[in-house]
Design a protein around this ligand. Structure first.
Ligand code: ADP
Length: 400
């Protein structure tokens, strides 16, 4: 009858079902020839079904799979090994245009049960394998990105560890101020003893009754005490010295950036911001990186302490680097109460402090470090309130 369509056959229904599947489905016979290739497979590989039907499925594989697949199937038919049936193997597939991509491949084996006495031909879709394939390019990319991020994290962690190790040493320099006063005390004791023994010796000599043996004993005591003082001083020098003290070529921005990362947390905790503005392409300077970092660290900590005492012009400390005329400059601007003229004059004096718990050694040590590098450390009032500390270091090649 015109206009009427025949009812769908089982074959039509199966095709519709396969073509509706989101994943690519490829059926092969036991010899590896493709017997079905659904729409999703067409999209995935760039072939139309007619181009692949009856062809060896190895056409969808790059080498070495392409060359090995036939013997692989033969081995499986004979021994059922290697196991090819299963969910989700990651393999590589090849598109019509030759490009390759990773897929997740699940393989099932189908076999129509034979009727009694019937010999299944193996062809005609009665026995074979069904492969369900999914492109996992995006997933692999994500995995790679995750691995890259993990690697970056590991590296960053390594750098942080390295910085921590170096700043542990720097930390010892940082508490040098406190140690100096303890050590001054320790040196004072033998010096007082020496002074006392010396006067005793003098009294003995002036009395005219001194036995040489007696005087020798007192002089021995003086030597012991002098040796003790010497030991203390040697200990102090060892503490301040880094064994590998040779001048390094320093990237000031990198050093400053590392310190900034270190104090970021302290700043955030105190409710202040740290604004960095690092000039690109600074020339290198020569010196001891840890010491320069220690100076910057001290200035930043002074800035935070000052702002917590009184906040005049905002909530940020500006950390800047710039280069001019053969010098590299690092400046720290805070919004604290600023420094009165009388204080400003004594700022770099050892033991000058206005803080109840202060040692007053930070700035004097900072200044000696910077002078030892051929540079200078200065203070000036900041426009609009607060203080500015400026470090100037000679750029490499600047003979001043
Ligand atoms: P300390 O911090 O132990 O007092 P310093 O040598 O670092 O030792 O500082 C000496 C003094 O200089 C401080 O007590 C403080 O009065 C003053 N000072 C240092 N930095 C600042 C600053 N950014 N703002 C205001 N005063 C400061």
């Amino acid at each position: 009858m015109p206009g009427t369509t025949p009812p769908p056959t089982a074959e039509d229904r199966l095709s519709a079902l396969l073509d509706a599947a989101v994943d690519a489905i490829v059926l092969i016979d036991p010899r590896g020839r493709i017997s079905r290739f659904n729409r999703a497979a067409e999209r995935l590989f760039g072939y139309v079904a007619a181009e692949v039907l009856g062809q060896n499925v190895s056409m969808l594989m790059p080498e070495p799979y392409h060359g090995e697949h036939d013997s692989y199937l033969e081995r499986y038919s004979a021994t059922h090994r290697p196991r090819i049936i299963g969910i989700g193997r990651e393999v590589v597939a090849r598109r019509k245009d030759g490009s390759t991509f990773p897929i997740d491949l699940s393989v099932g084996e189908f076999r129509r049960p034979a009727a009694e006495g019937e010999e299944l031909s193996g062809d005609g879709g009665e026995h074979g394998f069904v492969g369900i394939l999914r492109d996992i390019t995006a997933r692999k990319l994500q995995e790679q990105q995750l691995r890259d991020s993990a690697e970056e994290l590991r590296q960053a962690f390594g750098e942080a560890e390295d910085l921590r190790a170096r700043l542990t040493h720097a930390g010892r320099l940082g508490t040098l101020g406190e140690m100096v006063s303890g050590i001054a005390h320790e040196v004072n004791q033998p010096l007082t003893a020496i002074a006392n023994y010396a006067s005793a010796c003098k009294r003995l000599l002036l009395s005219g009754r001194a036995q040489p043996q007696e005087i020798a004993e007192v002089l021995d005591k003086i030597s012991v005490q002098a040796e003790r003082a010497g030991q203390v001083i040697r200990g102090l020098r060892k503490l301040a010295r880094r064994e590998d003290r040779a001048a390094d070529r320093l990237d000031v921005n990198q050093l400053v950036g590392e310190v900034a990362r270190l104090v970021e947390f302290e700043f955030r905790n105190a409710g202040w911001q740290l604004r960095q503005s690092l000039a690109p392409e600074l020339p290198p300077v020569s010196g001891d990186g840890v010491q320069v970092q220690q100076v910057v660290l001290n200035l930043l900590r002074n800035a935070v302490e000052a702002m917590s005492e009184g906040n005049t012009c905002g909530d940020a400390v500006a950390l800047r680097t710039q280069a001019h005329d053969g010098w590299v400059e690092i400046s720290v601007d805070d919004c604290g109460p600023g420094i009165p003229a009388a204080t400003a004059q004594r700022l770099f004096e050892p033991f000058f402090t206005t803080k109840p718990q202060g040692m007053g050694l930070g700035l004097s040590i900072c200044q000696s470090i910077i002078s030892a590098h051929g540079g200078e450390l200065k203070h000036e009032p900041r426009q609009g309130g607060g203080s500015r500390f400026r470090i100037r270091l000679p750029a490499e090649g600047n003979t001043q």
